[in-house]
Design a protein around this ligand. Structure first.
Ligand code: SF4
Ligand code: SF4
Length: 381
């Protein structure tokens, strides 16, 4: 298949791996964070880490919207869905994210709440149009990738004068989260040498918003496509920048990302949303100006105002290491629940729910490689 197979060609991958191996400086360590869950998934699925020299480490970041939504906001969604007037529309992944006291949207639905899985904001709009007697609330999550469609749905609802549609907004901002991670490095001893920048997000916001990473933090960023060869080439580009003592924002994903991004999508977001003063991220805590809410002109479609939602912060399961994993401070296998009490069938934390979550990706692919590596090491000793 053209345009996909080329980016998964094993011979080409071996060639890039050989280049990385030839160019890394054996005397130093390279720690690269892939911010985005889509990259985490690709790295695990295609065994990219196995093709890297031992002194090049990939650190998983917080780039999965399902993973970073804090417990308190899931609790809010469950309370909202328990209102007999409300139909809550949500994406499938969110259904299984653990909330307080062992609750989840899935369990709330089993107990009678009207919670429906949708594939897009437009599905939720259609439900609102078809069932005017119900209060239809769309649980909106995601980075800059999914924000423009939410903006368009809100504009359409306004244009159609839909009075029974509203949005529970949990849209968050990538560059601000990146800044929070970089600012927290010294506390966590999670020093990074560079960042593999997100793909979908960057198609919307472009490469420009990452320039502060190079200018203020002195670290290179390479925006990368999702295929294994994209990621490997991005790693090579990061290695080269470091070896040359440079730090810049480079764009490996030139087939989709431009310097300034998608102006139309940015306009839609600016029209409908404004910055929240502060928002809680799972793993990062309260991060100033890191999330969006509906602007005053669209306040009638804001579920938080319509239903008087006041989020109360709630703690994660104390044994779950999702927070540290999302900050890049730990790996899935550092959690004692990984693969035992916590699995994709029985997730104890958000990182095991979505396929973009680090724990789910490692459970699906990495754990088999861990086992065979351990066997090989035992056989060699
Ligand atoms: S939507 Fe795409 S860019 Fe955003 S976190 Fe998911 S995979 Fe990454
Ligand atoms: S294995 Fe489960 S409980 Fe542990 S960090 Fe991952 S998601 Fe959280």
């Amino acid at each position: 298949m053209r345009y996909v197979d080329e980016y998964r060609d094993p011979e080409l991958a071996k060639g890039v791996a050989a280049r990385i191996a030839a160019e890394v400086d054996a005397a130093r360590h390279y720690r690269f964070m892939e911010f985005c869950g889509g990259h985490t998934h690709a790295i695990s699925r295609y065994g990219v880490e196995d093709m890297l020299p031992r002194n090049v480490a990939m650190i998983h970041g917080p780039g999965c919207p399902v993973c970073v939504l804090p417990v308190g906001r899931i609790d809010d969604a469950i309370r909202l869905a328990s209102d007999p007037r409300v139909t809550l529309c949500t994406y499938a992944d969110l259904m299984r994210v653990p909330a307080s006291r062992g609750a989840s949207l899935l369990k709330a639905r089993a107990a009678g709440a009207d919670i429906r899985m949708v594939y897009s904001t437009l599905d939720a709009l259609r439900i609102a149009e078809a069932e005017p007697e119900r209060e239809v609330v769309f649980l909106a999550i995601g980075f800059e990738t999914t924000t423009p469609p939410t903006a368009l749905a809100i504009k359409q609802a306004k244009a159609k004068a839909l009075r029974n549609f509203s949005v529970f907004c949990n849209h968050v901002l990538t560059p601000v989260a990146m800044r929070a991670i970089l600012a927290g490095e010294s506390d966590e001893a999670t020093a990074l040498d560079g960042i593999v920048g997100p793909a979908h997000v960057s198609t919307v916001i472009g490469a420009r918003p990452y320039e502060f990473v190079a200018n203020e933090y002195g670290k290179p960023v390479v925006i990368s496509g999702f295929e294994p060869l994209d990621v490997m080439q991005s790693i090579l580009m990061l290695v080269r920048q470091i070896n040359e003592g440079r730090c810049a924002v480079e764009n490996q994903y030139v087939r989709a990302v431009t310097h300034d991004g998608n102006a139309r999508a940015q306009r839609e977001m600016d029209d409908v949303f404004e910055l929240q003063e502060s928002f809680e991220w799972r793993g990062l805590g309260m991060v100033p100006h890191s999330a969006l809410r509906l602007a005053e002109a669209f306040a009638a479609f804001d579920a938080e105002k319509r239903f008087g939602i006041h989020t109360v912060a709630a703690a994660d399961n104390p044994a779950c290491e999702c927070g540290a994993i999302l900050r890049g401070a730990k790996k899935p296998t550092d959690c004692k629940l990984f693969g035992t009490l916590c699995s994709p069938e029985t997730p104890m934390g958000s990182c095991m729910v979505s396929s973009e979550g680090s724990c789910a990706a490692h459970y699906a692919y990495g754990r088999f490689r861990d086992r065979s590596r351990a066997r090989m090491e035992r056989a060699a000793s």
